[in-house]
Every structure is written in C-alpha cells, then in structure tokens.
Ligand binder design. Structure first.
Ligand SMILES: [Zn+2]
Length: 261
C-alpha cells in the first residue's frame, strides 16, 4: 500500500542577487542571509518535531560549518546542491565531475554523514550530469520540476528521481515565490489534491526567503515579496494543517519503498 508523504526541502546557498558581478570576492556577505534564515527554519522544525532535507552548496557549508553541522545534528538530511551555486549545464563535464566529487566529500566531512541526494543549482540538469551523479554514487536527484514551461525530461535509470511537485493538471509551481505570491491556499490546495491522488508532495524553498529582503534594490518584485517572518508564518500555517508524521526527509523516501510513486 502506498503511504504518501510531504517532503519540505530547503536549498542553502550563497545569496548572490546583489553581488552578481563580483561574486567571488563577496562570499563573506553572501552567507549571512541564508544562515539567518536557516536558523529560523531549524527552530520551526524543532517546534513541530519534523525533519527535512537541506541541499547545501559545499562552499556555503565550508564557510558556515557550525550551522551545517547543527542541521545534521538535529536529525535533518544533508544533501548536495553543487560546489558553488552555478548553472552546471554551462560548465564542461570534467569540471562538473571534479566539483561534485569534491562537494560531496566536503559535505560528508563537515556534517559527518553520508550524502546521497543531489539538486542542481537553478534546477538545471541534463543526462550527462545524471551520469556523473551515478559515478559519484548519489542515490537520488530532486532537480526536475515538471511544470507547464518545462518539457518532461529523460531520467537516468539508476538514479531515483524525486521531482519537485507542481499543481495537479495546471502544472504550475507551488513552491517558493509561487507560494509567497499566490498565497498559502494555492500550495495547500495543491498538496491536498496530490495527497488525495496518493502522490507524494515535494516542496522547495531557499533559506534566504525567510529573511526580509523586501527593501533590497535590483531584485525583481516577485522574488522579494513577502519574504522574512511573513513567509515563516505561512510555512508554519502550512505545517499546522497536516500531521507531523506526514513530514519526512528525502533520505527516508529513498529508503522506504512504501513511499515510491
Ligand atoms: Zn539553489
């Protein structure tokens, strides 16, 4: 019997919207916001006694070892979101393999746990990258989101795919800025329909979304709207709607055939 669940996932990456051109030299500042957001999320998850999956860039984890270790120590899953937050489809394959190998190892050393999950930065992935994931012993990927604008992609047979959920039938996204801009009811309704259809629900957020960036310049309106505690409240209300036992990590999903769809 299928035993469908909800998987909250958080991408923990450098916040680079305001440093586009001078990315490398400003790393220090790029980790502050996501770190702060991460702490708020940890408190919320602890309150509801639920565990989630956190996709870290190795660079962030290396610069913020304490919070990375804390996420792991509190029972959440540490997964890989690349070495830097770069579009991998634009790099050569040798470089991608070298970076991901290094990233996986760094995350495992910092968090003292095995890393089996991967999500590509910007959710951009292709079959060559899937083959690299296979070689590096990743067990699952969560980079695909079959939304309206996205064609169904071919998936590597030996890596399990846990796609980010979209609104049933409409195939519009239900995570991060879509949830903030369209409101809680949008994501709530989609989740309820998916669960009723006996499907798993995978939502994704960035930890920086839980810090108020609405006054930042140069960032598109829809990206910065309703960030900070406003979004934290929204997430709390969402969690409140469902039993705590509904929420699992993707690592649990990978291990438990009952959750497979
Ligand atoms: Zn990301």
């Amino acid at each position: 019997m299928k035993n469908n669940k909800i998987f909250l996932t958080f991408d923990v990456e450098e916040f680079t919207f305001s440093v586009n051109n001078n990315f490398e030299s400003k790393f220090k500042d790029t980790t502050k916001l996501p770190k702060k957001g991460c702490e708020k999320i940890l408190n919320l998850l602890k309150e509801y006694q639920i565990n989630s999956t956190f996709f870290f860039t190795a660079n962030f984890a290396d610069m913020e070892k304490r919070i990375t270790k804390k996420v792991s120590d509190e029972g959440h899953e540490i997964a890989c979101h690349g070495f830097l937050h770069q579009d991998l489809t634009k790099l050569n394959l040798g470089r991608i393999e070298k970076d991901l190998k290094k990233a996986k190892k760094m995350l495992e050393n910092i968090a003292k746990t095995k890393v089996i999950g991967f999500r590509a930065p910007y959710l951009r992935i292709n079959n060559n990258i899937f083959r690299i994931l296979e070689r590096l012993n990743f067990k699952y990927d969560s980079s695909l989101q079959y939304h309206f604008f996205h064609p169904y992609g071919k998936i590597s047979p030996s890596i399990k795919e846990f796609p980010v959920s979209v609104f049933p039938f409409l195939r519009l996204p239900i995570s991060w800025y879509w949830m903030r801009n369209l409101g809680l009811n949008w994501t709530n309704l989609a989740t309820k329909i998916l669960l009723k259809k006996k499907q798993n629900v995978i939502l994704y957020f960035h930890t920086w979304e839980f810090v108020n960036i609405s006054n930042f310049g140069k960032i598109p309106f829809y990206i910065k709207r309703k960030t900070g505690n406003c979004f934290l409240d929204q997430l709390e209300k969402f969690i409140h709607n469902f039993e705590s036992s509904m929420f699992k990590t993707l690592r649990d999903y990978e291990k438990n055939e009952k959750y497979w769809i």
